[in-house]
Design a protein around this ligand. Structure first.
Ligand code: LLP
Length: 417
């Protein structure tokens, strides 16, 4: 069988995986504990690593972060609850709530638990101030430019709803409510281009000089990209760290005291640890394409449909035959959903793209790689399809870390109202 591994070697062999598949219902997610640990180690030079849990918010994954001294970012009431369940301590700088709006329920939770809030709008400042004066806050600055692997993940500039574009407007309000401004945060987008790195660092320095506040933390945000295609390279973390560390030193000199440098990655820590396993149920041809249809759809993995994202796909034979990697065929991979766009091989404009893949039979298994980030966490119940199982490969075993949803779980929400 073809080596499943891309840039990181999985801790399980393809035979172990096949054995596991044979005893379980597809589709399901698997995360490799060791790969997450390796990715955390790469960022250890930063004073604080804060996991953007929106990438993968299973409490067992959050617990791995906690065990390895990684803190957590939460962007909703639900993410705060998850963080607490995973063992993070609310008033210990373990959890920061980042958002551009704060609803009533979340406002009362952050107030009660004293969770620092990373403020993304002026309205939010007033709403928090009325409820919880003296609160510990960060300001999320929109530096006026951004970048992303897709325009939907660019979070800076005039097209972005995120962050505060004119941070000097916050100063009077901060005084009014006697907020404790502890940090400045900048996240220009997801899947950043390193040409922008110097620009972001310079902007952080200049904003802090202009604001002239005695802050204790800066956050470089998330956005670190990972190689999705085999010809893509890992980013140079040392270079990334050096640029930020020099910025930190410049700011320390200016403020006259030391500060803490945070980084807030989601994708970088978990993407490569995750796979999605599904089975082929039908193969059909049109005059243009060969469609291979699986039991996983965009309700499970949404990235290809939402952004035209590429995920490497490998095949495990369902009948023990050896997969011939030499002869490749133009193949389109789709899911079971009642929607034409339920295609995993498409570009950013929704055009169907064939992929050169070995011959696939009905009954074979397909593995989608690098889906640990924004895979499961973006799944939905479209077409009344329940959420699928998640497993963690740890201590040489596949351990279930989420049971599959049952259709009854969904239906129950609508009954006995
Ligand atoms: N910090 C903030 C404030 C963010 O908004 C995000 C991502 C991150 C950190 C983490 O970014 P990362 O290191 O994962 O790039 N669903 C998209 C990605 C959306 C990212 C949203 N914010 C995808 O599947 O590519």
């Amino acid at each position: 069988m073809h080596n499943l591994t891309q840039n990181y070697k999985y801790s399980f062999s393809s035979c172990e995986l096949l054995n596991f598949i044979n005893n379980n219902d597809t589709p399901f997610w698997v995360y490799d504990h060791n790969i997450i640990i390796k990715k955390i180690q790469l960022l250890k030079k930063f004073d604080t690593i804060r996991f953007a849990q929106k990438a993968c918010s299973n409490i067992h994954i959050l617990n791995i972060m906690k065990q390895n001294d990684v803190k957590v970012d939460a962007v909703s009431y639900g993410e705060i609850k998850r963080a607490i369940l995973a063992g993070f301590i609310p008033n210990n700088n373990d959890i920061i709530f980042t958002s551009d709006i704060i609803d009533k329920k979340t406002l009362s939770l952050v107030t009660k638990l004293n969770i620092p809030v990373n403020i993304g709008s002026i309205d939010m400042l007033h709403q928090l101030g009325k409820c919880s004066p003296n609160h510990k806050i960060w300001i999320r600055i929109n530096p006026g430019f951004g970048y992303g692997h897709n325009k939907k993940t660019n979070t800076g500039g005039d097209n972005s709803k995120h962050g505060i574009l004119f941070p000097e407007q916050t100063l009077d309000i901060i005084k009014k409510y006697n907020f404790e401004l502890v940090g400045i945060h900048m996240h220009i987008g997801s899947g950043v281009n390193y040409k922008h790195l110097k620009k972001v660092c310079n902007s952080m320095f200049h904003q802090i000089c202009t604001l002239n506040q005695n802050i204790q933390y800066i956050s470089a945000g998330g956005g670190l990209s990972i190689p999705y295609k085999t010809n893509e390279k890992e980013i140079d973390i040392n270079n990334y760290f050096q640029e930020w560390n020099e910025t930190k030193k410049k700011i320390e000199k200016r403020l006259g005291h030391s500060i803490t440098l945070e980084i807030e990655p989601g994708r970088f820590l978990v993407a490569e640890s995750g796979i999605l396993v599904c089975q082929v149920y039908s193969i059909k041809k049109t005059n243009l394409f060969k469609f291979v249809l699986t039991d996983a759809g965009f309700n499970d993995l949404m990235r290809p449909v939402m952004y035209g994202s590429y995920h490497y796909i490998s095949i495990i034979a369902g009948d023990n035959r050896k997969i011939n990697q030499e002869n490749l065929y133009d193949t389109v991979i789709g899911g079971p959903l009642c929607e034409s766009g339920d295609i995993f091989t498409q570009d950013n404009n929704g055009n169907i793209m064939s992929r050169k893949l070995p011959k696939i039979h009905v009954g074979d298994y397909l593995i989608f790689h690098q889906v640990g980030a924004y895979g499961s966490s973006m799944s939905s119940n479209y077409n009344s399809r329940p959420l699928i199982s998640e497993f963690l490969f740890t201590e040489k075993k596949f351990k279930q870390i989420r049971r599959p949803q049952k259709i009854e779980d969904l239906i129950q929400l609508e009954q006995k109202i």
